[in-house]
Design a protein around this ligand. Sequence first.
Ligand code: AMP
Ligand code: MG
Length: 540
Amino acid sequence: MPSLTDLHIDDTYPRDLPADPLDTNTPRQVRGAGHSHVAPTPVADPKVLAVSPEMLEVLGLDPSVATTPDFASLMGGNSLLPGMKPWADCYGGHQFGHWAGQLGDGRAITLAEVVTPEHGRQQLQLKGAGPTPYSRRGDGRAVLRSSIREFLCSEAMHHLGIPTTRALSLVHTGDEVLRDMFYDGHAAFEPGAIVCRVAPSFLRFGHFEIHAIRRDVDTLRTLTEHALARHYPHLGPLTPESVVAMFEEVSDRTALLIAHWQRVGFVHGVLNTDNMSIAGLTIDYGPYGWLEPFDPGWTPNTTDAEGRRYAFGNQPGIGWWNLSRLASALAPLLDDHTALQAALDRYPELYAGHHHRLQANKLGLAQLTGTPPTDATPATGDYALLGRLAELMGRTETDFTLLHWHLADVPTDATTLDATSDRALVDLLSPAFYLPTDLKDDLVKDWADWLRAFSRRSAVEDPVERAARMASANPRYVLRNYMSQLAIDASTKGDHDVLQELLAVVRNPYQATEAHEKWAARRPDWARHKAGCSMLSCSS
Ligand code: AMP
Ligand code: MG
């Protein structure tokens, strides 16, 4: 039976990159290095609250491993396996549009890179395992509430079919952590926790930026060689062409990732360049959220409430801005920047390709026909249909997830459609409306007109394929903030049933399941303005 000591450890990042020559664990600027070796700081009493069964399998571990004291001790940072030499990465980043200098893994410590039986190389990283040379003024710890949110959402995203870092385990540390949750001078102790994250790498755009901005081209080149070998081996060794080709692939993966976020209504909340993965994964779950009432201007992040830089509708454009920072960081490796600029300029087209395909699927269409809007001309055909849908969803609070789910109930045969009144047609969508009294006659008429146009358009599609497209693009369950908050409230009192229940819900998001139906409802009224349920601070 495979156990923890059977994990095949083979660390490529610390082998390829120069290490920080100092091994003291004090906050500092680390130059000319990719990382610093640092051990987790032990915790009082590590207890495993949840594990991802799929991740145990990916690592080739028997499920019973997760119940052993050795597992809790390793995932709590209290012991290491033979051959482990943990480290923290050095990276920088642009935060809210401004260069923030060195950031780095201030509370994440990578235990090892593991060669798995069927899923390639995967790094195991503890988030909240204690201070590192990159902790600046932070304590290196994470609180239970944000760890529950990261654990659940990593798994939710994966099961929605969206590239993401994964979560193997959630450990309660037994230590308390001091946090000022609302940044209002009322700091309080909260339970501490550690998530073990798993990903092929945790390389961020900011890894490249820090060396480029410090004009350390040698380390930048070594890092880029490593990234090519790890994530884009088919592009061959580092040449001007392979650097541009890697950038193009990162652009494409980023475009696809964000198109998926727009598909399911996910708002990352903190799309700084240090939170952008070079492998195109969703990374660093902080004050994220899911659209409930459809609103392109919505952000779950209180820190961003004024500027709304990272609001739902801005995410595609922010992807481009962040890629422009990555392009600048790669530029010192090239004498001629023409091809790099051209690759950056292609991002809008790449994004549109992915976005339009996924939006077509949400409506059950094989592809969109017609033309998207331009500055000079309005949308036509299916693009106009999509535009009118967004406009209607904006006119009264309309749950993004439920609306799309119930579009599958709209009849497509002309006889049924003609025999159905406007009211009856709009009633099919009633679970999605937060304020049913808003549905006055004119709005009902406009919704019904749209539904009739949608129905006629859908009739052209093969019904089986149409249903399959909608079923794979429109989830029944998403991890609404209030749901996580219920798990957090219960777990804080020592009851982990809600946490387990939500893990089960997010593992099967596309299928309506009787036992999970209560989680398919609109956000309840009590959650509208409750902290953690509508908006969140960055404090974690
Ligand atoms: P995040 O907002 O979680 O993406 O973090 C931004 C930066 O702050 C990263 O460099 C983190 O490592 C660092 N950071 C966040 N929280 C802490 C903490 N409690 N202790 C040390 N560093 C932290
Ligand atoms: Mg981060």
